[in-house]
Design a protein around this ligand. Structure first.
Ligand SMILES: [Fe+2]
Length: 385
């Protein structure tokens, strides 16, 4: 997040002696991204962050993609998923490529071990749960509709108020950022951006645990999980400052941009990554030209795959979708409103749709888990004869 934040105690300067009440030194750690030339945070540990009691290989977790499938429009029903696992073990990769992975979960259990994704930034979209993301940077409360952006390398654990919870996890191999055109040269969000700094919620409280014991952090890197064993609590930080930390943004705080005639998807942009964008489709007034057609025209996203996750069943241009549906409209063939939808939309002045969209510039490959919840008839939903 390109905004300076600090919590806890800090010495006046970096890289100087910073001592505990007993006179010994705290352990300084610089947490940098993209070498030493991008966003970074500096933190002070009670223990040595490098001291490990042991580790255990938990095996490969890289998704297995189906690469020999015919090109077609897809519809996946997450209502067919069974509650399983925790926020990590219950995340099921449905599709992905070399830039991004789409994981879906109906989370059934609380996390016990801590987690660190060292190979990807994550956007956790909480469809219907609430709780707290506990992290080395402090606690971040979350509620339904929150995107939780977790920078790679963050040690965290989710505590849900109740379960099960529907959760989407987008793993991004490049950094997740706020679109450049929303910011001025200093990084501040512009007046015309669809959200502002007040909608961005960094950690509110740093909890420092000076505890000995057996603590386990599952580290995701190189396409596998390795369980690291520490003899001290991993949240042993007494203070930190910088630009790297987890934060939330609620989809309902997105201020939709509306127009006299239909505006294209970039107006819904919320986050950017390498070769993809994430957009939010939110309740809004519809196009107000007296002869406006208020839903999208047919379009050929000829070089872009488009994935939509429907948070309700009120998406004007789609039929046959339900809350929790995912559609995937691949590059190379056009898509648009299903027959009858255009006529039905005329005269409507507002929409209650709520959806998260991922647009990628490289093809997405499906997994067998996606196929197992697929509605194979979806491609026929445009047929008129
Ligand atoms: Fe589209």
């Amino acid at each position: 997040m390109p905004r300076y934040h600090r919590l806890g105690q800090l010495p006046a300067k970096k890289h100087v002696q910073f001592r505990k009440p007993d006179g010994s030194l705290y352990s300084e750690q610089l947490f940098s991204t993209h070498g030493f030339s991008d966003m970074m945070s500096t933190m002070y540990h009670i223990n040595l962050p490098t001291e490990v009691a042991g580790w255990e290989d938990m095996g490969a977790v890289a998704p297995t993609y189906l690469k020999d499938e015919a090109l077609r429009h897809r519809h996946f029903k997450t209502s067919r998923m069974k509650p399983c696992g925790d926020a990590i073990t219950g995340r099921i990769p449905l599709m992905g490529n070399n830039d991004v992975v789409w994981n879906q979960g109906l989370v059934a259990e609380q996390m016990v071990d801590f987690f660190k994704n060292a190979q990807a930034d994550e956007i956790l979209f909480i469809h219907d749960g609430s709780g707290t993301l506990e992290s080395m940077y402090g606690d971040v409360p979350f509620k339904p509709g929150d995107y939780i952006v977790v920078p790679r390398g963050t040690i965290w654990r989710l505590r849900f108020d109740s379960l099960p919870v529907r959760m989407l996890t987008i793993e991004s191999y490049g950094p997740v950022t706020i679109p450049k055109n929303y910011r001025n040269q200093y990084g501040q969000l512009l007046e015309e951006a669809p959200y502002c700094e007040r909608d961005v919620h960094p950690p509110v409280e740093l909890k420092t645990y000076d505890e000995a014991g057996d603590f386990f952090v599952v580290v995701k890197a190189r396409g596998r999980h390795t369980k690291y064993h520490y003899k001290f609590h991993p949240f042993d930080i007494v203070g930190w400052d910088g630009y790297v930390y987890p934060w939330t943004f609620n989809i309902n705080d997105f201020q939709p941009i509306v127009g006299k005639l239909h505006l294209p998807p970039p107006i819904h942009q919320t986050f950017t990554g390498w070769n993809f964008v994430v957009c939010s489709f939110c309740p809004r007034v519809l196009d107000f030209h007296p002869e406006a057609i208020a839903i999208p025209y047919n379009h050929s996203n000829v070089d872009s795959d488009e994935v939509l996750y429907y948070c309700n069943d009120k998406f004007g241009s789609r039929k046959g979708i339900e809350e929790g549906s995912i559609t995937m409209h691949p590059l190379g063939i056009p898509h648009g409103p299903q027959p009858g939808a255009v006529e039905r939309s005329i005269g409507h002045t507002k929409t209650e749709e709520l959806a998260v969209m991922l647009d990628t510039f490289h093809p997405l490959w499906m997994t067998q888990e996606a196929v197992s919840i697929e509605d194979p008839e979806y491609w026929k939903s445009w047929q008129t004869r």
